[in-house]
Design a protein around this ligand. Structure first.
Ligand code: KMH
Ligand code: ZN
Length: 272
């Protein structure tokens, strides 16, 4: 068994700063969270940014400044979201790669997202994938539902392996409209992944813990963070991303699969 790759998804595009004051939305808040989360055991940061009013933005200038600041203050692998918010257009989502991150998310299909739709049609997916290959940005394949796994096979079949040559997936479970966040579903999804692929999993909201325990037991890796859950325990809001990483790192240690360092994670994900 390898160590555990821990990704922190620190902000997301959905939570409202006014209702979740601990959410990191400024560059200073994000870098401070990043430093703390690296110390706590994270190796990758999945990044969404906000504008001066704390609204989600894909502004490329801000994204570039964010990548530079995270590189200056941490050793974390910087994975920019190409999912953005459900309101973001495809061109803006492709332009995220202009910020030259180490890695990016790449969602493999459309999914209902609560009352909204997170749109990822095939044409967009293939354009984004080819752009990651041209720019040498390592994608993480985000899988919200089983049909997304079928699209991952199609992508690999038509366009070959990603930059770096290794396939790493992230099962995003428990989104209202996506696959449920429970252990039987996790096991079925993992069985369906391409040979040689590695995977992380995250459970949204109250599915966080069952998905985390299932992933550790099945040899997978973990994504945690305030993008995915803002409640640490029933009735107790999360005070910061650091405590979510600490909990994941503690459980990974108990499973005798302690957190990977950022350097180990780079080797594991084939990110130079
Ligand atoms: N905010 C969601 C609509 C990603 O980062 O790639 C999409 C999302 C996925 O968060
Ligand atoms: Zn995201």
């Amino acid at each position: 068994m390898t160590g555990t790759l821990i990704t922190v998804a620190a902000t997301g595009a959905e939570a409202d700063k006014a209702q979740v004051p601990a959410l990191p939305v400024t560059l200073d808040e994000l870098t401070e969270t990043a430093v703390r989360c690296q110390k706590a055991g994270a190796a990758v940061i999945h990044v969404h940014i906000r504008d001066d009013e704390a609204r989600p933005t894909l502004d490329v200038g801000r994204l570039k400044a964010t990548v530079a600041a995270l590189r200056a203050s941490t050793d974390l692998i910087v994975q920019l979201s190409t999912g953005g918010a459900v309101t973001d257009g495809f061109d803006a989502r492709l332009a995220v790669l202009d910020a030259e991150p180490d890695a990016c998310s790449l969602t493999c299909g459309t999914v209902n997202f609560g009352d909204d739709v997170f749109a990822n049609p095939w044409g967009f997916i293939k354009d984004l994938y080819q752009l990651t290959q041209e720019r040498d940005v390592v994608p993480e394949f985000e899988l919200f539902d089983f049909g997304h796994i079928a699209t991952l096979y199609r992508l690999l079949g038509e366009f070959g392996l990603p930059a770096g040559g290794h396939v790493h997936c992230d099962l995003v479970m428990g989104v209202p409209g996506g696959m449920p966040g429970d252990v039987p579903t996790l096991a079925a999804a993992v069985r369906s992944l391409p040979d040689g692929a590695t995977w992380s999993a995250t459970g949204i909201g109250r599915t966080t813990l069952p998905v985390m325990f299932g992933a550790l037991g099945a040899g997978g890796h973990l994504r945690v963070g305030m993008e995915d859950t803002i409640t640490f325990a029933k009735g107790r809001p999360v005070t910061g991303n650091e405590e979510l990483v600490q909990r994941a790192a503690g459980l990974a240690g108990t499973a005798q699969r302690p957190p990977m360092t950022p350097a180990e994670a780079r080797a594991f994900l084939c990110i130079p």
